[in-house]
Design a protein around this ligand. Sequence first.
Ligand SMILES: C[S@@+](CC[C@H](N)C(=O)[O-])C[C@H]1O[C@@H](n2cnc3c(N)ncnc32)[C@H](O)[C@@H]1O
Length: 217
Amino acid sequence: MTQNDTASGFEVHGARGAFNAAFFGTMGPYIEWNVRQHKRRVFADLPPTVVEIGSGVGANLRYLRPGSTLVAIEPNIPMHRRLRAEAERRGVHLDLRDRVAERTGLPGGSVDSVISSLVLCTVTDPADVLAEIRRVLRPGGTFRFVEHVAGRSGTPTRALQRALRRPWAWTFEGCSCERDLAGLLRAAGFARVDIEPYRLHTPFIPFNTQIAGVAHA
Ligand SMILES: C[S@@+](CC[C@H](N)C(=O)[O-])C[C@H]1O[C@@H](n2cnc3c(N)ncnc32)[C@H](O)[C@@H]1O
């Protein structure tokens, strides 16, 4: 384990970890404003206990009812202080786990609902994470997601995603704008997957091609 590894084995990127916590703390409201209609749809009527992978600084706490419990799988320690403060502000019980989404440590078939936003772009292997989500969901449970994905090949957006891949990944701690997450979700063995692709209109062009949906275990 290096000095920058947490107990989960996740590598914390020193100053970039702090930068990302501050970035999502500051830009959170702007990102939220852009994706709010999609989140309202897929995160509607969440059960009283929800598991979230990659909770960051708590962008999705607003979709849980006050008094609910969020089991937050978030290995990036620089995010934790803001996440705790936001949970308190929203009246949500926070069960914060310094673990990676690939190995949540949760019992199989024990979870009603898993949520994520803008996380499958960053994990080392999204197929592994989807397998773990399927493992922990009970039959009929749901994985609800809002994620950014690769643009259609041959488009200017896709070319920009390719051109910026290195500085983007460096700045945003491994984030890739080139993942076919819809394909991975459909191949992950869920009983049913409903996916809506859409496009944002923001200056952050590589991030504008997105999907939102629900996968049913
Ligand atoms: C782009 S941020 C999104 C945060 C939040 N979900 C949001 O929508 O604002 C990606 C988050 O995924 C977390 N993350 C990265 N790799 C992870 C992993 N293997 N397991 C769980 N979380 C991870 C990061 O620490 C970060 O909080």
